[in-house]
Structures are given as structure tokens and as C-alpha cells.
Design a protein around this ligand. Structure first.
Ligand SMILES: Cc1ncc(COP(=O)(O)O)c(C=O)c1O
Length: 462
């Protein structure tokens, strides 16, 4: 498929878009000399020139460097104030450096960070999580990736079943097991994985989201330990569950003796108790990372009483030695203090009320912008999260959502927005609002998007 015949580019003038991109790259380079200098220095000793190689995925000519971040704003190394709608891809969904978390960290700063022992924060956080999510037993991890890895291990151990069922196009962090895609209807290990030596297809089953017959067929084999899912897919662009999907899926999962793990790491944008709670989905386990410590590295996973009992028994029945679950810094004092403050004072109903209203305004504004420019793109909103996708109708599954991705077009739009003072997520077109985001900042994003689209659309539709 050539550049102009790609469905995502219908309505655009690709030659115009390329000229726009060249201008935007030059303008970024002119405006960010300090970032350029820091990027050059970092390249001397950091592989790929950044602390994590993904930090090069922003579509900027060199890595943008940050000076500080507060609320909805990021101040870059050259002193520009950027309105942040990426919010650390959800890590800072509750705003950068929320005051109650900062205060908790300051309190803890001279009282120790890590002892491999609990403080009084542990029981308080456990109680807050149970009340919020309705699951009685909790454990911790340093990232959502690890939380997913550990819950899958606990469930495999507790059920004695080996297989994990995931949805095509899913992402649950870099837990290896999930990198199995459906390619022409057949499971295939993701070929971009580095250093992956085990055959992941042996223990992972993959089906399309919103496909109940496929779910039933997979579960009927009787070897699925758990379904690991986001209640709304968010990592291949958003895919909403069809009405009644989760209700029917839960019945099938239960009928066939499997368990359901809801990964709410992104869908916590729905409301204070996540998507599952808001929609009556009763999962056996729940995972939440990213914003649960207000941006401080930590994650949690909860279990039903029944699963907890089976997990404890599995541990008691196992030979003494390492469970393969946990890391030294897990549940450290700093992270527990951050979670306690976040759960009590930051992740509040009032914060969500603000975010949800503003996000609806943003989603409406984008719909109007797209309609004005007659672009065949759709907009989906889930609580504080809004996304536009390069397809006329909201995708029903990972394959459809995957077809609507266009990395080159995304980067071009993102760079255009960045040069106009607004940041959105580098992967697909996701935008989050936080408790400090203002109406004026939403308008700034809409104006910037309008300008960028005006620069790249086809003359006939201009
Ligand atoms: C749904 C979901 N789960 C887990 C993760 C992994 O989070 P982390 O990279 O913080 O481990 C992500 C990351 O994007 C995610 O989207």
C-alpha cells in the first residue's frame, strides 16, 4: 500500500503533509537548542541516547528533555510550557506531582525508603484498596507489568492450569506471555520481541475481543487458567466492549472454571473504582499500576477471597524456596506512603467529576473538528481518556483497531501539536485530562489540532 492509498490517509494530501512535517521538524530544532544539547550529551553514555529506548518514540528529531512537571503542565529544558495530555501515558493521570503525594514523600524522605518491612501505611492501603475495588486481598509490585506477571503466576499455581487467554492486540506491559497475536487467524509470537527464546504460543491462547463464540471455544478446552484483559482495550487504540459482552463473557469464564483478571491500569480513567466496578463486572482479580502512587513507581493486585484461599494453599503446598513472585523494593516505604496519599486524597470522586466533564468536552470538540474538516476518523471517550482513530467507525476488535493505526501520520500530528504547546501520547492518539486541566487548555488543544489538520488535508476538502 502506498502512502496516499492508505485508508488512514483518506482526505489528506500526503505531499502537503510531508512538507508540513519538514517545517515542523525544523521548527522544533530551532525552538529546542537546550534539549538538543542535552540529547547530544546523553548519547555519549546512554544506549539510544535516552534512559529507556521508547523515549525516542515521540516523533521529535531528537529527545525532548524536561525540566519539571506540575499539574497539567510540563516545562521543557528550553523553558517552554507544554500542556500535557499524555500525562506519562497514565502514570500522571492525576496530575504531575500532586500536592498530597508530594507532602507524603517529603514526610517519608527522612524516615527511610526501603527496609523489606511494612509501615503503618500497609494496612491502611490494603483497606483503601478493598473498599474502592471490592476485592478483599492485595499484594504489591513496582510496575503494572510486574503486577500482571505475579497475578498470572498466582493463578496458574492456584488453578493448576497453564494457559493464559488474552485478546488480540492487547498490551499488559512487558509480561512476555501476552505477546501473541492473531495473524491470519492463527496465533503467532510477536516478531519484534528481542531475546525471546521460549515459544509463547505454547501457553498463551489469543482470540479477538467482542467474539463470544471464540471465547467459548477457547475455554471449552478446559486448560485456561485465566483471561487477562483490559475491560476496554486501550493499547491498540480504544476498543469498547459491545453491550452485554462482559456479562456473557463472565458467565462463560465461570462455567469453564477459568478466572477473570481485569487490568485496570488504563481503564482507571473511567472513575474512582475503575471500569469493572462502574459496569458491574465481578473479576476474580484486578491489576492497577501507573497512577496508583500518583506517579511514584508502584502497582497493586487484588484477589477475591476464594482466589486468595487457593493462592495461599498453593504457596503452603509448594516446596520451600523462591516463589518467583516479588522483587526486593516491592512495597517499599516510599511507594506505600505515595499510595496511601493518592488513594485518600488524590484519586477522589471530585477529581473524577472534573476530569470526566472536561474529557467529554474534549471528545465533543474533536468530533466537531473532524466533522468540519470532513475527515473519516472516529472519537472514543472512556472517562478521562479520549482518543481519535483513523477509521470512520469505532473498531470492534484488535484487528480492526490495528488496521487504523498509522505511526507516520500519528507522529506528524503529535509533532505539530507539540510545536503548538500541547503534548499527546506518542503511541496512537490518546489524550488524558487530569484534575488540574482547564477548559482553556482543552481549547488550546482543539485549536492546535484544527491548525495541524488544516495544514495536511487534501485541497479539495480544505
Ligand atoms: C493495560 C496495561 N497494563 C499494564 C501496563 C504496563 O505498565 P508498566 O509499563 O508501568 O509496567 C500497561 C502499560 O501501558 C498497560 O497499558
Amino acid at each position: 500500500m502506498n502512502a496516499t492509498s492508505s485508508p488512514s490517509r483518506s482526505g489528506l494530501d500526503w505531499a502537503r503533509a510531508q512538507a508540513f512535517l519538514a517545517r515542523e521538524r525544523a521548527s522544533f530544532a530551532r525552538a529546542n537548542p537546550r534539549s538538543a544539547e542535552l540529547a547530544a550529551q546523553a548519547r555519549q553514555h546512554l544506549l539510544f541516547g535516552v534512559p529507556l529506548h521508547w523515549m525516542n518514540d515521540w516523533g521529535t528529531p531528537f529527545a525532548l528533555h524536561v525540566d519539571s512537571a506540575q499539574g497539567a503542565l510540563v516545562i521543557d529544558a528550553d523553558g517552554h510550557t507544554l500542556v500535557d495530555f499524555c500525562l506519562g501515558d497514565t502514570g500522571a493521570m492525576l496530575g504531575h506531582a500532586p500536592a498530597p503525594v508530594a507532602a507524603a514523600l517529603v514526610r517519608q524522605a527522612t524516615r527511610g525508603y526501603t527496609t523489606m518491612l511494612a509501615t503503618a501505611d500497609a494496612a491502611a492501603v490494603g483497606q483503601a484498596l478493598s473498599e474502592r475495588f471490592g476485592l478483599p486481598f492485595w499484594q504489591f509490585a513496582l510496575s503494572a507489568t510486574d503486577a500482571n506477571r505475579y497475578i498470572v503466576r498466582w493463578i496458574r499455581a492456584a488453578t493448576g492450569r497453564q494457559k493464559l487467554l488474552v485478546f488480540n492486540g492487547c498490551y499488559h506491559g512487558t509480561i512476555e506471555d501476552v505477546f501473541v497475536d492473531l495473524v491470519n487467524g492463527q496465533p503467532a509470537q510477536r516478531d519484534s520481541l528481542l531475546g525471546q527464546v521460549h515459544d509463547l504460543t505454547e501457553h498463551t491462547v489469543v482470540i479477538e475481543f467482542n467474539d463470544l463464540p471464540a471465547l467459548e471455544a477457547a475455554l471449552k478446552q478446559g486448560d485456561v487458567a485465566c483471561v487477562l484483559a483490559e475491560p476496554v482495550m486501550t493499547n491498540i487504540g480504544m476498543v469498547l466492549p459491545e453491550p452485554g459482552y462482559w456479562q456473557a463473557a463472565q458467565v462463560l469464564i465461570q462455567q469453564h472454571g477459568a478466572l477473570l483478571v481485569m487490568d485496570e491500569t488504563h481503564t482507571i480513567s473511567t472513575g474512582p473504582g475503575g471500569y469493572a466496578r462502574a459496569h458491574g463486572i465481578e473479576a476474580d482479580a484486578l491489576v492497577l499500576g501507573k497512577p496508583v502512587g500518583g506517579g511514584v513507581p508502584c502497582a497493586v493486585y487484588g484477589m477475591s477471597a476464594r482466589l486468595a484461599e487457593r493462592a495461599v494453599k498453593a504457596k503452603q503446598d509448594a516446596p520451600p524456596g523462591h516463589s518467583g513472585i516479588g522483587t526486593t523494593l516491592t512495597g517499599n516505604m516510599l511507594a506505600m506512603a505515595a499510595m496511601r496519599a493518592t488513594l485518600a486524597e488524590v484519586m477522589t470522586p471530585a477529581a473524577y467529576e472534573h476530569m470526566l466533564a472536561l474529557s467529554a468536552r474534549l471528545a465533543d470538540g474533536i468530533r466537531q473538528t473532524l466533522a468540519r474538516h470532513a475527515l473519516p476518523w472516529c472519537v472514543t471517550q472512556m472517562g478521562a481518556r479520549t482518543e481519535f482513530q483513523f477509521c470512520p467507525q469505532a473498531p470492534r476488535n484488535g484487528s480492526e483497531a490495528g488496521h487504523a493505526l498509522d505511526g507516520e501520520l500519528e507522529h506528524l500530528i503529535h509533532l505539530g501539536l507539540l510545536n503548538r504547546g500541547v503534548m499527546i501520547t506518542p503511541f496512537h492518539n490518546m489524550m488524558l485530562v487530569c484534575p488540574q486541566t482547564t477548559v482553556a487548555q482543552v481549547e488550546q488543544l482543539l485549536t492546535a489540532l484544527d491548525e495541524v489538520i488544516s495544514q495536511i488535508k487534501a485541497p479539495a476538502s480544505r
